[in-house]
Design a protein around this ligand. Structure first.
Ligand code: ADP
Ligand code: MG
Ligand code: ZN
Length: 502
């Protein structure tokens, strides 16, 4: 279906009610894989982090990573889930070249965590409760690269390369119950849910949850039913969506696409789909298998997991401050109104601001840069604020230079732009571009004298006691020094020259 045939969004919502299901995979930050001792470090030479177990060689036996189980329980608890007293792993059988065992060790009908919920905050401050079906443990696959074609896809490639370093890295899959009642806000709910989940995972310290690095990815299931009806429609499942913005766009596109099919009296096929970042559309993947096709069965090589209640309670007691609670605390600490805090949240600026303050910047300065220059840039480029090529430490350094009077706002803005453009650390930029505020009297003197000479009428007024007129002369000096003069010092110098008390 081409983009032209889509039903306009509002029109689709006038006839249909969207139901969503979100499946999020999180790669845990454990040092070793889920069922063997291989390293999980990213960026190693292909196939250097493998062993007989994660390569599925005959006779090898898996052993469960205790930190993996602990992380799963923490996630379950933070999602208000019940934790299984006893559960097992299961084999999910299917063939995929990047999965050497020919089955994925996963959990099926006995997940470690189930029946929870996550409250997410929408852009207008309203809270929406997303119910969690389950969170289960599984393992990642390897990675294939298709070589020789123009697009890097399998079509047109001459051969494929396989890297099993990622095979066996622990994953937690978190699956929602069908999300109903969001109406036209369904795409927003999807985005807010993934954002909240990401914050939660990071707060727990179990993963960095970087979507741009594939450490967290979301499958968006979506179906439509005619308004006022109960029965769910057929869902499509858009796989591996890897940014918050894409989650929202994918849901929106699928609503419009499903509506077009249904309006035409056609049926929606239950299939997986791929999302395309460049044009915001999805295309068909494969016809979706049913659970029966995977021939799940309990994993015979692993003992069941039976976390004691004492251990679970110990983990619950040790949970860190969770994002919702932390946000309320920060709002109070930063002294923001509900509305200001909401804009900080909407901009995804909580974390960057917090890290900038932790690196030594005053709260108002940190907020000013992230919510001003940087938020504008993120908006323009359609990227997440946290993914701008500047670190909180660098922003904090700029704030410090401003506080020390070495930069004024205008210069600070130029330094930030230069850092974003890849020119290096703030101090290096100041040095290379000669951006420091000039407060040295001998350097400013000539510009001050010139401004007075060129604006005799104003100078005369000031001499007569109209001190407020000094602003015009300060402005002239600032202009002559291309904004680099220390404005406060310039003012003093002018008044001094004109023999007036400030
Ligand atoms: P699968 O493994 O086939 O993707 P899951 O049950 O793991 O199936 O996940 C399906 C997700 O989609 C769940 O979040 C579920 O709540 C949701 N879901 C199920 N049926 C529908 C439907 N008809 N429309 C929208 N979402 C659905
Ligand atoms: Mg699925
Ligand atoms: Zn291994």
């Amino acid at each position: 279906m081409s983009v032209e045939n889509l039903v306009p969004y509002e029109e689709a919502l006038a006839s249909y009610d969207p139901v969503m299901g979100l499946e999020v995979h999180v790669e845990l930050g454990t040092k070793t894989k889920m069922f063997c001792g291989c390293s999980t470090e990213l960026g190693a030479e292909p196939n250097t982090q493998t062993c007989p177990t994660c390569l599925g060689l005959p006779g090898s036996l898996p052993v469960v990573n205790a930190i993996g189980v602990e992380s799963a329980i923490k996630i379950g608890l933070a999602l208000n889930c019940e934790i299984a007293e006893w559960c097992r792993f299961a084999r999910k059988n299917y063939f995929y070249p990047d999965m050497p065992k020919n089955f994925q060790t996963s959990q099926y009908d006995e997940p470690i965590a189930f029946n929870g919920y996550l409250d997410v905050q929408l852009e207008d401050g309203e809270t929406f409760r997303v119910e969690i079906e389950r969170a289960h443990m599984e393992e990642d696959t390897g990675k294939s690269s298709h070589v020789g074609g123009a697009t890097g896809r399998i079509h047109g490639a001459t051969h494929s390369l396989l890297d099993y370093n990622r095979a066996g890295i622990p994953l937690i899959e978190i699956v929602t119950k069908p999300i109903e009642g969001a109406g036209s806000r369904a795409p927003e709910v999807a985005k807010a849910y993934v954002a909240e989940l990401r914050e939660l995972i990071k707060a727990l310290g179990v993963s960095e949850a970087r979507m741009d690095k594939g450490q967290m990815r979301c499958d968006v299931n979506l179906s439509l039913r005619p308004n006022g009806t109960e029965k769910f429609g057929t869902r499509s499942e858009t796989k591996n969506v890897n940014s918050l913005r894409s989650v929202e766009r994918a849901a929106r596109f699928e609503i419009q696409r499903h509506a077009a099919l249904l309006n035409d009296g056609r049926t929606v096929v239950q299939e997986t789909r791929h999302f395309h970042e460049d044009n915001g559309t999805t295309t068909s993947g494969r016809i979706k298998d049913n659970a029966e096709d995977y021939r799940y069965f309990p994993e015979p090589d692993l003992v069941p997991i039976a976390p004691s209640r004492e251990w679970v309670e110990e983990l619950r007691a040790g949970l860190p401050e969770l994002p919702r609670v932390r946000r309320a605390r920060l709002q109070a600490e930063w002294d923001l109104s509900d509305k200001d805090m909401q804009s900080v949240l909407n901009a995804g600026a909580v974390e960057p601001i917090q890290l900038t303050i932790a690196a030594g910047a005053p709260a108002d300065q940190a907020r000013k840069w992230w919510m001003g220059e940087l938020a504008r840039r993120a908006n323009e480029t359609g990227t997440d604020l946290a993914e701008q090529p500047i670190t909180p430490v660098q922003v904090a350094r700029v704030c410090t230079l401003v506080a020390e009077g070495k930069l004024n706002d205008k210069l600070a803005r130029q330094v930030i732009e230069a850092v974003l453009a890849g020119e290096g650390e703030p101090d290096a930029v100041v040095e290379q571009r000669g951006l420091a505020v000039v407060s040295d009297d001998s350097a400013l003197g000539a510009a001050v004298d010139q401004a007075i000479a060129e604006n005799e009428a104003i100078a005369a007024k000031i001499r007569d006691g109209k001190v407020a007129a000094v602003g015009a002369l300060v402005g002239a000096v600032m202009k002559a020094t291309r904004g680099q003069a220390d404005a406060a010092r310039v003012k003093d110098l002018i008044l001094e020259r004109l023999g007036v008390q400030a």
